[in-house]
Design a protein. Structure first.
Length: 471
């Protein structure tokens, strides 16, 4: 339930409460008004009867006198007057005076404000006997008038509540219009888009939030850029150090081992009796050659520099198959990627290398699919036009059908974190998808840092493929 909905709900309930209280107040006032008016009319009629008792005309012609006195006067408008003579039929007065308004009040309103009926009787002595005047309160006319007044008041209360509700709704809508924008910005920051910025808002509080958000996003973006630069520099120095160590092993230790073998062979010719010792020395030198060559491959794949990324990956996969013969590895590689920058190549090689090491240690997979392909946006520069190398992207996927794992329970190890750092140091994206029993899928997207010729060659290849499809 959103904040805006809850506020509107509270306001709507408050308006309903105000309308209810206003309605109750109006009904109570109408009931009191009707009761006072009816009691006033009854008391006035009783005083009129009491005053008429002393009138001599009331004794001479009592029926005509009381009919004339009690009919048609304002004091009997809310009354039902019946004259019961000593002999003859009773006479009901004021029937024609009571209004029959077409705007009859609703039953619920009448039920709420109608007072309890009261009947009062007054005996009048005449020469013919005792005549009775029966007075009964009849608040119908007063209820109709009260309904007219209450209806107008009801309409005023409803109109006021409606106007206040609309005004508050519009004000809240305008004020809270900034909340979805702020939430979207926070979600963007959560997803790693530190370039997100919020606009300035008209409300001062939201404007301060926007300024604080933009400052924090700028600081995070700067920190991430510095971290990426530091990571890239560290990885570059690491690879350079590995290259230097591999070269030193090749030049120094390799030549030294060769010199030892040559010296041992010369000593064996001069002294044939030391042949067993010389053969032991030569065997140790051959073993050290294998160890040094393996260390050199781990430190720096020389094939990557000499034959390219594709050959280096195939050679590494072939060696990996020797130790994992039960796992099928399929490699799909685009030759156009050889134009990419050396930094991208070595990082891709290390990511594939670490992925295969993880699969060998943890996955228990029967099949692995490795795909390296490229893509160029349609709006990238065409052939002959200058294009930014970052317009081309390299897509690497490593998918296995192993046991997988739960990302929420099992934290990422240093190997996966190292892959992510390598990817992000080049301004790329790293995605890991896995579930228990469903294997692991690693997706890496990094910009190609090669020359413009790379993009042009991809465009040319796409045109050739489309041409062949049409043929």
């Amino acid at each position: 339930m959103s904040l805006r909905f809850r506020l509107n709900l509270v306001i709507a309930l408050s308006m309903l409460l105000i309308v209810g209280l206003g309605t109750a107040f109006t009904i109570v006032n109408a009931r009191q008004s009707v009761l006072q008016e009816v009691n006033s009319s009854v008391n006035l009629a009783l005083r009129s009867v009491a005053a008429g008792l002393s009138d001599p005309a009331a004794k001479k012609h009592p029926m005509a006198y009381w009919r004339s006195r009690m009919r048609g006067s304002d004091k009997s408008r809310h009354l039902q007057v019946r004259i019961i003579p000593p002999a003859g039929e009773p006479v009901d007065l004021n029937e024609a005076q009571r209004s029959s308004s077409p705007e009859a009040p609703p039953a619920w309103f009448v039920w709420w404000i109608r007072p309890q009926p009261h009947t009062r009787s007054q005996a009048v002595e005449t020469g013919e006997g005792t005549m009775r005047i029966v007075i009964r309160d009849d608040p119908n006319d007063e209820i109709v008038e009260a309904w007219r007044e209450a209806r107008a008041l009801f309409g005023l209360i409803l109109l006021q509540a409606l106007l206040v509700g609309i005004l508050v709704h519009l004000t809240l809508g305008r004020a809270l219009r900034s909340v979805p924008v702020i939430l979207q910005g926070l979600e963007s920051i959560e997803s790693g888009n530190f370039r997100e910025r919020l606009p300035a808002f008209a409300i001062p509080e939201f404007s301060r939030i926007s300024a604080a958000f933009n400052h924090a996003a700028s600081a995070l973006e700067k920190a991430r850029a510095e971290n990426r630069a530091l990571t890239s520099r560290t990885l570059h120095l690491q690879e350079e150090e590995r290259r230097t160590l591999a070269q030193e092993l090749h030049d120094e230790l390799g030549q030294s081992l060769t010199a030892v073998k040559v010296t041992a062979a010369a000593a064996m010719k001069a002294h044939p009796n030391i042949r067993p010792a010389v053969e032991s020395i030569v065997s140790i030198c051959d073993h050290l050659f294998l160890v040094v060559r393996s260390m050199m491959r781990r430190l720096r794949p020389t094939m990557l520099d000499e034959l390219g990324l594709g050959a280096a990956l195939e050679y590494m996969i072939d060696n990996w198959r020797e130790y994992n013969p039960d796992t099928i590895v399929r490699l799909r590689f685009e030759d156009a990627m050889e134009i990419c920058d050396d930094a991208a190549k070595i990082h891709l090689f290390r990511i594939v290398q670490e992925s295969l090491n993880n699969i060998a240690r943890h996955a228990r997979a029967s099949e692995v699919a490795i795909t390296l392909q490229t893509s160029v946006p349609e709006d990238a520069g065409s052939i002959g036009e200058e294009s930014a190398p970052s317009d081309a992207w390299i897509h690497l996927t490593v998918i296995d059908d192993g046991c997988g794992f739960d990302l929420e329970r099992a934290p990422l190890g240093f190997g996966l974190l190292g892959m992510r750092e390598r990817c992000e140091s080049l301004g790329g994206r790293f995605l890991l998808r896995t579930r228990p029993g469903e294997g692991v899928a690693i997706t890496v997207e990094i910009p190609c840092l090669g020359s413009t010729y790379f993009i042009e060659s991809i465009h040319q290849a796409d045109k050739e493929m489309k041409k062949q499809d049409t043929l």
